[in-house]
Design a protein around this ligand. Structure first.
Ligand SMILES: [Mg+2]
Length: 385
């Protein structure tokens, strides 16, 4: 069985509200890449990458992808390498892509997910069976409160707790006094049982400022602080001077990054995406390093649409080490609305049947491949040039 064709689109779904964080200037959810990979027998694999031009690794160490470049890399550089190849040899295909094109993990992640979807369908098994089998059926979710006015954030927090969410991810990192006030008010309004995790997106100006904020927020019983400042050496100084667990996100892209984080004792937790390492296969390798080092992990991302969410669910469902609730959006469509506010990013989606949501968890689908069907009429409707 061989790969016959690849085609990609840039998609923009209607949003429930704009979502943003420290250092973000790209319109989140605009122009995300969707990939259709077709095998000789007509079997289709779908992939997705949530590319943001201004989100990347510390000190510009990972950069260069925008939705436009991802589409170009897939269609003009990767497709000619892949057409005619056996889709089951995913490790071989990664090596081939990496030899020919350095970097571009988002483009490669979209290809990797489409390969897993197609191969799962060939064998009639869900993608999680290709990733180690089903470790958990339900994946715990955190709801992300993007940067917004404090009163608006508190109102949204109360609504999502009513919908079953028990962990809130609070975007901070722009103004220490405002951030502390927000966390204080959330704790006061929500009570002691709701878990609060904060994400500064490397926004604090120095490790000392990050440490001061973390110490004050410890008084409000935050669960952990994500990427408080830029650079893993700086983050290590924060991590070694507070009892609050520190999570690495912008500093943690590849399995090698995880090794460096361990060497520097820069974090106790990792925010893992299937995109940052360049696909599901490489994410599993990263998770193996994290597991060996005893780091706790979640599955996170950048506002996945339905295809990307399916990839998230299969990765989380097949990985014992994913013990923390991740900010995986709750997919709804115009026809089927799973949650009113909780995890609800887009008002419609290009997949037909959204995943089941229950008490702050999403269920991994059981069908062959990713277990989703794509509505190609909607794919065309939401595509942008
Ligand atoms: Mg983050």
């Amino acid at each position: 069985m061989k790969i016959a064709s690849l085609r990609s689109w840039r998609i923009a779904l209607p949003m429930r509200r704009p979502h943003t964080w420290a250092g973000n200037y790209a319109p989140v959810g605009y122009g995300y890449t969707v990939l259709k990979l077709v095998l000789e027998d007509g079997t289709v694999g779908w992939g997705e990458a949530q590319v943001l031009k201004d989100w990347g690794g510390e000190f510009g160490s990972r950069y260069g992808e925008a939705p436009q470049t991802t589409k170009l890399v897939i269609e003009e550089l990767l497709a000619p390498l892949l057409i005619g190849e056996d889709p089951r040899q995913i490790e071989v295909l990664h090596a081939k892509m990496d030899r020919f094109v350095r970097g571009y993990p988002y483009a490669k992640a979209a290809v990797d997910v489409a390969l897993h979807d197609a191969v799962g369908k060939l064998y009639g098994i869900p993608v999680y069976q290709l990733l180690g089998g089903l470790y958990r059926r339900e994946v715990a979710l955190a709801h992300s409160l993007g940067l917004m006015e404090i009163d608006t954030a508190i109102a949204e927090a109360k609504q999502v707790v009513d919908e079953g969410i028990t962990t809130l991810k609070v975007k901070v990192g722009i103004d220490a006094a405002r951030d502390i006030e927000l966390v204080r008010r959330l704790r006061a309004e929500l009570g002691p049982t709701v878990k609060l995790r904060v994400d500064a997106n490397q926004g604090y100006r120095s490790w000392k400022e990050a440490l001061q904020v973390t110490r004050v927020m410890q008084g409000e019983n935050i669960w952990y602080m994500e990427q408080p400042c830029e650079g893993l050496e700086n983050m290590a100084r924060v991590a070694q001077n507070t009892e609050v667990p520190i999570m690495a996100d912008e500093s943690a892209w590849t399995a090698h990054d995880v090794l460096r984080i361990v060497q520097h004792q820069a974090a106790e937790m990792l925010s893992v995406y299937y995109t940052k390492p360049g696909g599901l296969l490489k994410s599993k390798k990263l998770l193996a390093v994290a597991e060996a080092a005893g780091l706790a992990c979640d599955i996170n991302g950048s506002g996945e649409m339905g295809i990307g969410n399916a990839a998230n669910l299969h990765l989380a469902a097949s990985s014992a080490i994913i013990t923390l609730p991740g900010t995986i959006p709750v997919t709804s469509t115009a026809e089927v609305v799973r949650t009113r506010i909780a995890g609800h990013k887009y008002l419609d989606d290009i997949i037909e049947e959204p995943f089941v949501y229950r008490d702050g968890h999403m269920l991994v689908p059981d069908g062959p491949g990713l277990g989703i069907e794509v509505n190609e009429a909607k794919l065309e409707r939401y595509s942008v040039a």
